[in-house]
Design a binder for this molecule. Structure first.
Ligand SMILES: [Zn+2]
Length: 44
């Protein structure tokens, strides 16, 4: 899920998986589609 957050009076959209921030929701959603955070291979 893309998280919405406020910083310095600006709305940011944060990839819940890796924490990357975007100023455009569409960019965040596009990233999240490609982000492989769903199945982190390095956990335990
Ligand atoms: Zn991500």
């Amino acid at each position: 899920m893309v998280q919405q957050t406020q910083r310095d009076g600006t709305t940011w959209y944060v990839c819940e998986g890796c924490g990357m921030m975007f100023d455009l929701k569409v960019d965040a959603e596009d990233h999240e589609t490609a982000c492989d955070h769903e199945e982190p291979a390095y956990i335990q």
